[in-house]
Design a protein. Structure first.
Lengths: 331, 332
């Protein structure tokens, strides 16, 4: 990242900038979803876009997630580049046929003749006291499906660069934004840049243990790394940034160096992204490991409303710190 | 609803060309499907297929009203739609047999034939699965001002899918150039539609303010007349339409559905075949109007038979995809 021309902006501002730049660059790009226009979404991520691009390119839809996702697929096949906005990640359940049976398969089933250059933007993450139907992190579901790409940005810099790439991609891409990260500030260059999909980023260099964090859990891993440093343990924090395509090489090389790994992901630990990343590391760095690869995810319960209960379900820096200490033979 | 004109009326040469084209197209679909059935019974075809026999007038009548670059989406019972929109029987047979030469390089099969050259966005094996795609294609046509129309073919079984009504709502809100063509062949798989469908079918679309019409799906001229009006209207920016075509599936749900008496009687099937066959009735009309005599029609039949025989042979002889194809085209 260049030193010059960099300023601090929030994650939400970074997403908005990416959309605005791509919409200026390519008139085929448009946004559709619930309350995307004048409201700018409940998170205000899209504020100001309708003023610049008008209601024909920032399209408010009925509350019909399956329907407008399907419209997005068809529009993408026939010359437009939709960015479909699914307000809460929990609502992707309503879009599953359109994404899994349609968007993901059109290119393959047609022998490569039709393409679906569509982005679905949606959210993940608990801790907003929103209860079981507005708090889930379901990115594993789409990561499971061949034909879809899945992006999990963790910083404003990554969010902007990855979203621009996603919009330019000719395959359907699902872009998950952590709701709690929208106000996270970070450096973002003034000049244009993009980040390729499938390239992990080492968020912190270390030598004793690898903490693989995704999305919201990158900050958690970084908090744990600070706590571990005080105990004389040097943690490396690796952010895959995309679950598919997956940069297996960077994960494996980091663990070959450190010999210990914990994967932290806000989805459910069981049958989830953390499990897949842990398996990738175990297969690729088995002979270098000093202990089992550990997974830390959301507790295997629906996200409860009551604050003391909800807080138990989400991994924290302290949780990761405790597991890391044990893995390093300390306590 | 438009009805057929006086059968005795002589058409111009151009009209006669069109009349014969409609016949040829319907007969091509029927013969194609008979060949598919043969491929199945000779155990040459992997999997199953859903035959369109009995419903030919709908695909042919609707597609005759369309431009080559207009879009269609089709269904698991889609061979007729693809052929009527201009697909080549050779490449279709090849696809049905899973061959590299097929429309989808053998990766789609009977239920997923797609062809950008004829505006075919793809047949879809999820009932109601293409409603969003067709509506989205109409969204593109309107946004890009291309003057294209999108036609979404679906069976009455899709009336049970909620996404249909979500799309009806958006299509009418945004005045999209899309025509929803509902082929009511009376059976959703093995269940009569009256057991699954409450109320009046066109009223469902009309409730959204969508122009809704009903036509005899066994009368190709009536289907063409209705589709022409609706396509022109959509092209002028006057919004979506719903066209209910009443028809009958002569064969089983798929080629393997042979013993059907537990869900419908042979008498019922014979009645449709005898009195309401779209090709037989249209042939009679052609002959009565002196647009064609029996020998002219027989000559077309013979040509089509030779064409289908040859296309089927081509597909049987064609090679399978090489194994390195298996992970190609997952991503664009």
């Amino acid at each position: 990242m260049p030193e010059n021309g960099t300023r601090e902006i929030t994650f939400a501002e970074a997403v908005r900038e990416a959309l605005a730049e791509e919409m200026r660059r390519d008139s085929r790009v448009f946004i559709m979803g619930e309350d995307v226009a004048e409201a700018g979404t409940p998170f205000k991520v899209l504020s100001g876009l309708v003023e610049e691009f008008g209601t024909s390119r920032v399209v408010d839809t009925p509350i019909s997630e399956a329907g407008f996702t399907g419209v997005g697929v068809g529009a993408a096949m026939t010359g437009l580049r939709p960015v479909v906005d699914i307000m809460f990640g929990d609502f992707i359940t309503l879009t599953m046929d359109q994404m899994v049976n349609q968007a993901a398969k059109v290119h393959y089933m047609s022998g490569g003749k039709w393409k679906v250059p569509m982005v679905m933007r949606t959210t993940l993450g608990a801790a907003r006291r929103s209860a079981a139907q507005h708090s889930q992190s379901l990115h594993a579901w789409f990561s499971h499906v061949p034909g879809l790409k899945v992006v999990l940005p963790s910083t404003p810099y990554d969010a902007k660069g990855l979203l621009k790439t996603a919009i330019r991609d000719d395959s359907p891409v699902v872009f998950f934004e952590d709701k709690m990260s929208y106000k996270l500030k970070g450096p973002v260059p003034l000049e244009e840049y993009t980040i390729p999909l499938g390239v992990a980023d080492i968020k912190r260099v270390g030598k004793d243990i690898t903490l693989v964090g995704t999305s919201s859990m990158v900050q958690v891993a970084l908090e744990a790394a600070v706590l571990l440093e005080k105990k004389g343990i040097s943690a490396e924090v690796v952010d895959p940034r995309t679950t598919w395509p997956l940069d297996e090489h960077t994960l494996i090389e980091s663990v070959k160096k450190t010999s210990r790994a914990i994967v932290i992901d806000e989805g459910y630990g069981r049958y989830g992204v953390a499990a897949e990343l842990a398996a990738t590391i175990a297969e690729g760095a088995f002979h270098y490991l000093d202990g089992p690869v550990r997974r830390i995810g959301a507790m295997h319960v629906p996200i409860p409303f009551s604050p003391p209960l909800e807080d138990l379900t989400v991994p924290t820096g302290k949780t990761v710190f405790d597991v890391a200490l044990k893995l390093c033979g300390r306590s | 609803m438009t009805t057929a004109s006086d059968p005795a009326q002589k058409g111009s040469a151009k009209d006669v060309d069109k009349f014969l084209r409609l016949y040829r197209q319907m007969m091509a679909i029927r013969m194609f499907e008979e060949h598919v059935n043969e491929l199945y019974t000779r155990a040459l075809m992997p999997g199953l297929a859903h035959l369109y026999i009995g419903e030919e007038a709908i695909a042919v009548g609707v597609c005759e009203a369309l431009r080559r670059d207009d879009f269609i989406t089709s269904t698991h019972r889609g061979h007729g739609h693809c052929l009527a929109k201009g697909a080549s029987p050779e490449l279709m047979f090849a696809e049905l047999l899973g061959k590299e030469a097929g429309y989808c390089r053998g990766k789609g099969g009977s239920m997923h034939i797609a062809d950008p050259a004829t505006g075919n966005l793809g047949a879809n094996a999820i009932v109601g699965g293409s409603v969003g795609i067709a509506t989205g294609a109409a969204f593109s046509a309107k946004t890009l001002k291309t003057g294209q129309v999108a036609v979404c073919f679906f069976g009455e079984g899709a009336l049970g899918q909620g996404v249909l009504y979500e799309c009806f709502n958006m299509a009418q809100l945004w005045k999209l150039p899309v025509i929803y063509v509902c082929e009511n062949n009376m059976y959703s798989e093995y269940t009569h539609f009256s057991e699954t469908t409450a109320g009046d079918i066109p009223a469902r679309a009309a409730a959204f303010g969508i122009k809704a019409e009903t036509v005899d799906g066994q009368d190709v001229r009536a289907v063409l007349a209705a589709a022409t009006v609706l396509a022109d209207r959509a092209r002028r920016g006057e919004g979506p339409a719903f066209l209910l075509c009443n028809t009958y599936r002569y064969r089983g749900h798929h080629v393997g559905d042979i013993n059907r008496e537990y869900y419908r009687s042979k008498k019922e099937e014979q009645q449709w075949l005898g009195e309401n066959d779209p090709i037989k009735n249209y042939s009679e009309w052609l002959k009565a109007g002196k647009h064609a005599d029996a020998s002219a029609l027989s000559a077309i039949d013979a040509e089509l038979k030779a064409e289908m025989d040859s296309a089927m042979k081509f597909a049987i002889a064609a090679p399978y995809p090489s194994i390195d194809q298996v992970d190609q085209d997952v991503y664009a």
